[in-house]
Ligand binder design. Sequence first.
Ligand code: FE
Length: 194
Amino acid sequence: MAFTLPELPYSRDALAPHMSKETLDYHYGKHHKAYVDKANGALDGSGFENATLEEIIKEGSGFLFNQCAQIWNHTFFWESLSPNGGGEPGGDLRSELEKHFGSVDEFKEKFTKAATSLFGSGWTWLAKNGDGTLEVVNTKDADNPLTAGQTPLLTLDMWEHAYYIDYRNAKPDYLKGFWSIVNWNFADKNLSSA
Ligand code: FE
């Protein structure tokens, strides 16, 4: 079973000026696509020929795990953004953020601090634990909260390739851009199905 590059949920220029078409051309069109191609190239003889991405993420390791987790993470990341995003979260998400972080602003502050202090390549997540609590977590390289038994609700790619074209080394500005296009509805939907 070959993996395919999922379609972007919006056009490549839809997130500008917070995320440029050039970034989407490279990040989606080249990086995300390369993970798909490399995963497909490594499937033969791996024992995971008929496995889903999630199965490989939970049971796989090494090169194939890295490619498959990066496919999954990027697909989840594009959904975490929206041209109609930003503003304030509503519904259950708002009350859950207030319950576990004190307020939406305190959540955003905690997430921003985690993301900007992540050393090296990785991802910052809002995730739900098995006991129902919400947590901000950083993962290294391709890793994601599924391997720790957590349910991802929202993510931000903190690999340098995610922000260097638009923001160079200015991580705090990348985070400001993120809050302008964050897809709260996606996180709320993930929360209600978690
Ligand atoms: Fe990336």
